[in-house]
Design a protein around this ligand. Structure first.
Ligand code: SF4
Ligand code: SF4
Length: 443
């Protein structure tokens, strides 16, 4: 096992972490798939309103590669297809049958898996709509199956306490975890399993860990690991998958059933219940945030990396985290006179630095964007040693090559530079957008 030390980053001490327990939600009336939240894809529908679908029926394909299909997580009638700006498909809503039926896929036993070649395995994962669980670094698009990876990184996500904990989602899944690792080894000779230092995991997980990473958030991001272990630019071309998706992928291949449930971490200071729930993929947000008032905002996908989602919407196919935070847009009269004992902040401006308790976070900016003052705070937390302030300025003046030289492609989009910036500049979004544009132009 290799131990890596990541010196930079920051652990947010935010209140409302989900407990390490698991509830089970009842079956919802409807589920939906949200193509607009799947980065980079250009969706083309394969179904229409009123059509009946089974679990595993293709709903849409990616126009860039029409063999990449996205399957239905429920069986029922397509009730509604909604569109956003420029006819981007927003939601495909399925009204579930009482007794759901499923498309059948050939199950692959462990012995058969051992004798399969990588190409055959890839084909089955593509046809079964499971390939999109594998992502490619550095752009975090769906893995390009034409380019064999330098390695595959399995990230167990133990450092971000608002994402599902491996202690919960791996519980009782030893067979699937081992099967999943065998599966990845058919796709690449080098498979890294990483975990944050100090986590307590079952022995059958620990004996498969290849790297422990010690440091603050986001030290266990696959991009951070790659940054610290790669020896050449060629190794940038790695795939990664998170632990829960590995379990879902393994379950599909071994049992021949398209997944319908996943573990969701429900937290945040405004969540009525802070726990893990086993819920239907694509369920209505309302089913998860029952009993709340309108004093909160819902963030899907993690506190620093996620996006705001309406309570009238649904949880995206790849999402496994929902955090309820106070809006934070109400006027804080004479806030400048208050000591801020309960206000989380990276800067030492508030007395909260003396308060060891986890503090409630809100969605407010608490000020407007101002010019960069070159304070270097963003660089002091960047886990991959980028100088974010210079990188985003290069982007602003169109110096793409210069921004690449500053390490733009190493950015893991962790959100920390935005969080700590005293000038309220959304540095992460500027870098993320520039990376995506560079990727699209190159493609
Ligand atoms: S933290 Fe903000 S103000 Fe300070 S150098 Fe970075 S971008 Fe500029
Ligand atoms: S530049 Fe990228 S990796 Fe560095 S702190 Fe900002 S978002 Fe995180």
């Amino acid at each position: 096992m290799i131990n890596i030390i990541v010196k930079k980053g920051y652990d947010l001490n935010i209140a409302g972490r989900p407990m390490l327990e698991m509830d089970k939600l009842e079956k919802p009336e409807k589920v939906a798939v949200l193509p607009e939240h799947i980065p980079f894809i250009i969706p083309r529908l394969k179904v229409e309103t009123g059509q009946h679908v089974k679990i595993g029926t293709p709903l849409f394909e990616d126009k860039r590669d029409t063999r990449l299909v996205f399957l239905s997580p429920g069986a029922g009638v397509i009730e509604r297809i909604t569109y956003g700006k420029r006819r981007v498909i927003r939601e495909i809503v399925i009204h579930l049958d009482k007794d759901e039926t499923s498309e059948s896929f050939e199950p692959i036993g462990s012995e058969k898996l051992e004798s399969m070649d990588g190409q055959d395995l890839t084909e089955r994962l593509v046809q079964g709509g499971m390939w999109p669980f594998l992502k490619g670094l550095p752009f975090r698009d769906i893995a390009d199956r034409q380019k064999p990876p330098s390695s595959i990184i399995v990230a167990l996500n133990s450092k971000d306490s608002f994402l599902p904990s491996p202690q919960v989602y791996l519980s009782g899944k030893e067979d699937l975890f081992m099967y999943g690792l065998s599966m990845l080894k058919r796709l690449s000779k080098t498979v890294h399993v990483m975990v944050a230092h100090g986590d307590v995991l079952p022995p059958w997980v620990e004996k498969n860990i290849t790297h422990t990473v010690k440091g603050p958030y986001p030290c266990d991001d696959p991009g951070v690991l790659l940054f610290h272990i790669k020896t050449s630019q060629a190794e940038n071309n790695a795939y990664y998958i998170n632990g829960q998706d590995l379990i879902l992928m393994a379950g599909f291949l071994r049992d021949g059933r398209f997944p319908t449930h996943r573990v969701i971490a429900l937290g945040g200071s405004k969540a009525r219940v802070k726990t893990h729930v086993l819920a239907r993929i694509g369920l209505p947000i309302k089913d998860l945030v029952k009993g709340g008032d309108d004093s909160f905002r819902v963030v899907a996908g993690g506190v620093l990396r996620g996006y705001r989602i309406s309570t009238d919407s649904y949880l995206g196919f790849f999402e496994s985290s929902l955090t309820l935070l106070a809006k934070g847009d109400e006027e804080d009269f004479f806030g400048f006179l208050r000591p801020g004992f309960k206000r989380p902040s990276y800067s030492r401006t508030f007395l909260s630095v003396l308060n060891p308790s986890a503090l409630p976070m809100d969605c407010g900016m608490h000020g407007e964007e101002r010019p960069c003052v070159n304070c270097g705070t963003c660089a002091s937390v960047c886990p991959v040693d980028i100088l974010p302030q210079f990188t985003f300025k290069c982007i602003q003046v169109g110096e793409v090559e210069e921004s690449l030289a500053h390490g733009l492609l190493d950015c893991v989009e962790c959100g920390l530079c935005t969080y700590v910036c005293p000038s309220k500049i959304d540095v992460t979004m500027k870098l993320k957008t520039a990376k995506a544009e560079y990727y699209k132009e190159r493609a």
